[in-house]
Design a protein around this ligand. Structure first.
Ligand SMILES: [Zn+2]
Length: 336
């Protein structure tokens, strides 16, 4: 039985606004093969679904003779309604509002699929294969700092979906009530201050209003801003410090609300973790007495290490969402 389980494989799909990645996976070997396609949004959602299902069929043809297919997991940008698997005006998939993604995929593939939001899947992967595994923990809350700020909550190895599938949207938690207007309709959301998009927007705005003279005359990306900050550019450092404050405020609320043992910060911007870190922990100390009471060197944590609150960078890189889609069928079957 154990051998049979070890040989079963899954197919995971990471449906992004730019790229479509489809992979076959076993627990022993990890990713067996990955197909990378552009997401042909301009060709319409039927074309994208056709590409996706074609790649799934290709992997099934290749691996089903050697392994038993344990399930298909699909990660998509949200908002996603569960269990229906229906999209609601996803900003990264324009024109997909009201699309019954799960039903359409199941109709085309002639079998069941499990659909989840991509940020939830990144959190699942970090829990099972990344920082959670390293720390020996099966519950965590993850923030993914990318184009926006994704969020996922894992409790006892399972994704916490909420009543309609939309739990884990702390990227749209209010940090500054009178802050910038967010596409979600709110003002001052975390993702307006702590995403890759946000740091670049802040840089451009400060260049325009003359408050970041050390950045003037250049075009910046989140990565080049981080490089400049690490090299000592004070204006670039300040931008990351400000992003760190926003993250710390958001994390303090999450810690006070959830008191989970682990909070993981991932996504492209986390390469600048050392720049974000001082402000994150300053805010955590200031705004969360739960954090102060349970941080790793606190008396509570010394007395009961399982009661400690850890806030750490993610271990998995850009494959986190895809890996999460691959392990989703195992997690859903209670095998992980
Ligand atoms: Zn928002």
């Amino acid at each position: 039985m154990a051998q049979e389980q070890a040989q079963s494989y899954t197919i995971g799909v990471d449906l992004g606004g730019t790229n479509l990645r489809i992979a076959a996976y076993t627990r022993d070997a990890g990713l067996l093969e990955t197909i990378l396609l552009p997401t042909r949004l301009a060709a319409g959602r039927d074309a994208v679904v056709g590409d996706l299902c074609g790649a799934v069929s290709e992997l099934k043809n290749r691996f089903s003779s050697q392994h038993k297919l344990a399930g298909i997991g699909v990660g998509t940008p949200g908002p996603l309604e569960l269990p229906a698997g229906r999209l609601h005006n996803p900003p990264n998939l324009p024109g997909w509002d009201g699309f019954d993604l799960r039903c359409e995929l199941e109709k085309k593939l002639q079998q069941g699929v499990i659909v989840e939001s991509d940020a939830n899947l990144a959190a699942l992967a970090e829990c099972v294969l990344g920082r959670g595994r390293t720390m020996g923990l099966d519950s965590l809350c993850m923030l993914t700092l990318g184009t926006g700020v994704g969020n996922g909550i894992i409790l006892g190895g399972k994704i916490f979906d909420g009543a309609a599938g939309m739990a884990g949207e702390a990227g749209h938690a209010t940090i500054y009530p009178d802050g910038l207007k967010c596409p979600c309709g709110n003002h001052g959301c975390l993702e307006m201050y702590a995403s890759a998009t946000a740091v670049v927007r802040t840089a451009n705005q400060r260049i325009a209003d003359g408050t970041a003279p050390a950045l003037a005359g250049k075009s910046w990306s989140a990565r080049t801003l981080a490089e400049a900050a690490f090299a000592g550019n004070a204006d670039a450092r300040q931008i990351y410090t400000d992003a760190g404050h926003a993250l710390g405020i958001g994390l303090a609320t999450l810690v006070n609300t959830l008191e989970l043992p682990l909070y993981v910060v991932g996504g492209g911007l986390v390469q600048a973790w050392e720049l974000l870190k001082p402000a994150i922990f300053e805010e955590l100390h200031h705004r969360s007495y739960v954090y102060r009471l349970t941080e790793p060197h606190s008396p509570v944590a010394q007395h009961n290490p399982k009661g400690a609150t850890h806030v750490l960078p993610a271990e998995l890189g850009p494959d986190a969402g895809l890996l999460g889609a691959c392990i989703l069928p195992f997690a859903a079957n209670g095998q992980d």
